[in-house]
Design a protein around this ligand. Structure first.
Ligand code: ZN
Length: 416
C-alpha cells in the first residue's frame, strides 16, 4: 500500500516538474500572469486556533507563517487548511505554523491546500533541530490532494513548515555578518509595496577608475524558494572569501546582488506573489511593481559608466529538480554562451547531483531576459532542487562560484 502511495506522491511531484519556474507561455503559469498591475490580496488572519478535546492548538502569529484555518476531523486527525495570498497562482503551497497540545499525544495532521497540489515535504522544527517528514510514512491522496502525516505533540510548540524557516531576521544577520568585510557594502535601494526595505549587497574591491566587470545576482523573487536562496548566499560568501581566486576576481569584478527581492511575500508567508498579488518575475518588462523598479533603478546607471561592463547575471530559484535555464545559444550575448560553458564544471564538481539544462528564448518578461535586453550580457535562471540537503546546497553554491570566477576572469582577460 505504501508503495502505491509513494508513487502517488511522485506523480504529484512530476506534475510540478519541468519549467514550473520558467515562463513557458501559459502552461505552467496562471492566465494573465504577465499582467502585473496590482491584484487583490487576501490578508491572512493572524491568530491562535484550538480544536478537539483535549485541545490541539495552532498559531500563525509569526513572520513567514501561513495557515488559514484549523479543524478537528475526529479524535486523532486535524486538518490544516492553507490558502494562497490570492488566486490563480502557481502550485507552490507554502505553509508554516506552530502546533502544540494540552496533553502529550500523537496526532495525524492533514494538509489541505484547497485543491492546489502538494509541493513541499513538511519540515519539523523543534528548538534547534529540523527534520523532514518521512514521505514513505505520509499518505498523499491524489483525489483530495491532501497530505497526512503523524506528529508527536506536547505543550511545547513545534513549527511545521514547507521549508526551513528563513526570515528577515536571519537575512539581516547574514547581511550584517557579510558587511564585516571591508569590500562589502549593504544599501537600501528602495521599498517594497508594504514599505519594507529592499537591500543590495555590493562587493567592490576594484581600483577606482579601472575597467571592471559586473556580475549581477538576484534571489528570492518567489518567497518559498529557500534552497535557491541558500545557494545564492553560499555563492556570494564564496565570492567574498579570502581565497586567491576570490581576491583576484574582486580586483576585476564588482558583484551587485539582490538576495531577497520579495520581502513582503517572505514576511507574509506567500506562496509566490508580492504584496500586490503578482509574480514579480513576470514584471521585468512593465515594471509595475516597486520591487522590480528598485532593482532596475539600482542597476541602470551602469549603462552610463564606460568603465563598467555587465558580464553575467544569475537569478536563483527552486523547483523539483536542479535545472539551469540558459538563454538559448542562437541568441548572441556578450560574452556568449557563458552558461553552456559553465555547466560542465558545476556537474564535474558535483558528480552525485543530477543537473538538467533547458534553453529558452528571451521573449518572456523575467529578470534574466531583462539583464540580456538591457546590458547585452548572458544570464541564467539557476534552480536548486526543493529538497536538497543544506550541505549539498553549500557545496554546489561555493563550487559554482569558483568555476564562474575562473570563467569570467578568463573572459575578461581575453576581451582586453
Ligand atoms: Zn521561482
Amino acid at each position: 500500500m505504501y508503495k502505491y502511495l509513494f508513487l502517488s506522491v511522485c506523480t504529484a511531484f512530476l506534475f510540478n516538474c519541468k519549467s514550473s519556474e520558467e515562463f513557458t507561455g501559459f502552461s505552467y503559469d496562471p492566465p494573465n500572469v504577465t499582467d502585473t498591475q496590482d491584484k487583490k490580496v487576501h490578508p491572512q488572519h493572524r491568530r491562535i486556533i484550538g480544536a478537539g478535546n483535549p485541545t490541539v492548538w495552532v498559531s500563525n502569529n509569526f513572520e513567514n507563517a501561513r495557515l488559514s484555518d484549523f479543524y478537528a476531523i475526529n479524535d486523532s486527525t486535524f486538518e490544516v487548511y492553507i490558502e494562497p495570498e490570492n488566486a490563480p497562482i502557481n502550485n507552490s503551497p507554502w505553509y508554516a505554523f506552530k502546533i502544540w497540545s494540552d496533553t502529550s499525544r500523537s496526532a495525524v495532521i492533514r494538509l489541505n491546500y484547497n485543491n492546489a497540489r502538494h509541493r513541499y515535504v513538511p519540515k519539523i522544527s523543534f528548538k534547534d533541530s529540523v527534520y523532514s517528514v518521512d514521505m514513505n510514512q505520509a499518505i498523499y491522496d491524489s483525489v483530495s490532494k491532501t497530505l497526512e502525516f503523524q506528529l508527536k505533540l506536547s505543550k511545547e510548540p513545534i513549527t511545521v513548515s514547507a521549508q526551513p524557516i528563513s526570515n528577515t531576521k536571519s537575512y539581516d544577520e547574514w547581511l550584517m555578518n557579510m558587511s564585516q568585510h571591508s569590500f562589502v557594502s549593504i544599501s537600501k535601494i528602495g521599498e517594497s509595496k508594504l514599505g519594507n526595505p529592499i537591500k543590495e549587497l555590493t562587493i567592490d574591491e576594484t581600483e577606482p577608475g579601472s575597467d571592471v566587470g559586473i556580475l549581477i545576482i538576484m534571489s528570492r523573487q518567489h518567497p518559498p524558494e529557500i534552497s535557491g536562496y541558500y545557494a545564492a548566499r553560499y555563492f556570494i560568501e564564496e565570492l567574498a572569501s579570502d581565497s586567491e581566486l576570490s581576491k583576484k576576481f574582486r580586483s576585476e569584478f564588482i558583484v551587485r546582488s539582490f538576495p531577497l527581492i520579495n520581502i513582503d511575500g517572505v514576511m507574509n508567508g506567500h506562496w509566490r506573489h508580492s504584496a500586490a498579488g503578482i509574480d514579480l518575475n513576470r514584471d521585468w518588462e512593465n515594471f509595475n511593481q516597486p520591487e522590480t523598479q528598485a532593482v532596475k533603478n539600482a542597476l541602470l546607471p551602469v549603462l552610463q559608466d564606460p568603465m563598467k561592463t555587465v558580464y553575467y547575471g544569475i537569478d536563483f530559484h527552486s523547483t523539483n529538480e536542479n535545472i539551469f535555464y540558459p538563454i538559448e545559444q542562437s541568441v548572441k550575448t556578450t560574452p556568449d554562451n557563458v552558461t553552456q560553458r559553465w555547466i560542465p564544471f558545476i556537474q564535474e564538481e558535483n558528480e552525485s547531483v543530477r543537473f538538467v539544462t533547458e534553453e529558452f528564448d528571451t521573449s518572456s518578461p523575467i529578470s534574466k531576459n531583462w539583464i540580456y535586453k538591457t546590458f547585452g550580457a548572458d544570464a541564467v535562471t539557476f534552480e536548486m532542487h526543493d529538497e536538497l540537503p543544506v550541505e549539498t546546497i553549500q557545496q554546489i553554491g561555493r563550487s559554482a562560484a569558483r568555476s564562474l570566477m575562473e570563467l569570467l576572469l578568463d573572459e575578461k582577460s581575453n576581451a582586453q
